[in-house]
Design a protein around this ligand. Structure first.
Ligand code: URA
Length: 433
């Protein structure tokens, strides 16, 4: 394989053979193809696209660049959910134990966040004692013991993606559907779950801003996963407003716990969690969707899903009692109040996420620490009636008190109040099977 010749052909828009792509990725992972050639390849893919066969070859080559887990020794079916990421997106914390309570094993390797808010691993690490960085052997033991584990992805999984994603991040080559599909799927396929359900978010707080882009990504992810032999479906879900009321890390964990205990009014979080978990259960067990939905609701109401979550936290070394207390730790806080009376028309996800970021809830560089107690707790949802002076949101930070004023301005601007009750929104925009 001569990288320069592959680059010439890709630049001219010609199709590469699966074997050529495999060799390119293997050579790049070994360090035999330098970053500048791989960056040129990524840019050529951005401009010229890839055929389905090329995308599948890239995906499987990246999957095979590291370890591929197998769960064949488990007696139950395996499934996982992947979200393209949104504001207040704590769904994994609910869905993974809920699906496990329904009899699936949910091996879930997850990420630390880079950007406006923390990733699932950051959220879990806000629980005192919780260790997200397990070895693959310990991760397997936790899945075996309680059916689910939220463990941070290790370097053994899809190392080609780790290298290529860092390169794409600095070369303007992130927004390419074949590259995104290969990146997401290579990791999910290496994890080994037999069923994959994708939550492709769409809107101001998402990676995909338009419904067309989100639907195209959903289609490509489902086709890619099926092409690699998995059962798969995707939901395109709305991400114009934060999910639930909590945006941050520790406060999102608390909200997830409240949903698991059926003690929350974050109905969007509950509804989407049940819907996504039901899709996993239905596909993995081959059960009718309505039956799977009913089973998920039963497992939530009975407390089984919460007990799974608590057991998983315990197996990861976390202490849920200390978690509740950490919310009482000293923080600097500010309230945002309503400047007028009326109905909440909308809450812009992007504005709230930027505020949470200023307060310390996210990180701009991978070596930065996240402030677990920083974030925004909304007091209202779209459609709520408010009167002048009532609190709309509470902002907190343990590390960036100087940012409170600017963050409060962002949250105030994000919450739009008007005279009429707004129309209700659909949470699921499209189902791709
Ligand atoms: N998430 C990923 O894991 N990879 C991408 O390329 C984009 C989002």
């Amino acid at each position: 394989m001569i990288a320069k010749l592959l680059l010439d052909r890709k630049r001219e828009g010609r199709e590469l053979a699966a074997e050529e792509i495999r060799e390119l990725i293997a050579a790049y992972t070994r360090g035999d193809v330098p970053d500048y050639q791989m960056a040129a390849f990524a840019m050529a893919v951005c401009c010229r696209g890839m055929t389905d066969a090329e995308t599948l070859a890239l995906t499987t080559a990246m999957r095979d660049s590291g370890e591929c887990l197998s769960w064949d020794d488990l007696p139950m079916p395996t499934a996982d959910k992947h979200s393209t990421g949104g504001v207040g997106d704590k769904l994994s914390l609910i869905i993974q134990p809920l699906a496990a309570a329904c009899g699936l094993a949910v091996p879930s390797l997850t990420g630390r966040g880079l950007g406006l808010t923390g990733g699932t691993a950051d959220k879990m690490e806000s629980i005192p004692g919780y260790v997200a960085g397990l070895s693959l052997a310990d991760y397997r033991k936790v899945v075996m013991a309680c059916g689910c584990s939220l463990t941070v992805q290790t370097g053994e999984i899809a190392p080609a993606d780790k290298k290529l994603y860092a390169l794409r991040d600095v070369t303007g080559t992130v927004p390419s559907i074949p590259l995104i599909v290969a990146s997401i799927l290579s990791k999910k396929l290496a994890e080994g779950a037999g069923t994959l359900v994708f939550d492709v978010k769409c809107g101001s707080g998402a990676f995909m801003k338009t419904r067309e882009e989100a639907a195209a990504l959903a289609r490509a992810l489902v086709d890619g996963a099926k092409g690699a032999g998995r059962k798969a479906c995707a939901l395109v879900t709305v991400m114009d407003e934060p999910l639930g009321f909590a945006v941050g890390n520790a406060n999102e964990v608390q909200e997830a716990i409240d949903v698991l205990k059926c003690e929350s009014r974050a109905f969007d979080v509950e509804t989407l969690s049940v819907e996504l978990a039901a899709r996993m259960v239905s596909l993995a067990k081959g059960a009718p969707l309505e039956e799977a939905r009913a089973e998920c609701r039963r497992k939530l109401v009975s407390g089984d899903a919460y007990r799974r979550f608590a057991r998983m936290v315990e197996l990861h070394g976390g202490n849920l009692e200390a978690c509740a207390k950490s919310r009482l730790a000293p923080v600097e806080a500010a309230d945002v109040t309503a400047g007028e009376s009326g109905y909440v028309q909308s809450i812009d996800a992007r504005g709230v996420a930027e505020a949470a970021f200023l307060l310390g809830a996210g990180r701009a560089r991978s070596d930065e620490a996240v402030d677990f107690l920083a974030g925004v707790d909304l007091g209202v949802a779209s459609g709520d009636r408010v009167e002048v002076g009532v609190p709309l949101a509470r902002l907190a930070t343990a590390t960036r008190g100087g940012a409170l004023e600017e963050a409060a301005r962002l949250v105030r601007d994000a919450i739009v109040i008007g005279p009429d009750m707004p129309a209700s929104r659909d949470l699921v925009l499209e189902v791709v099977e």
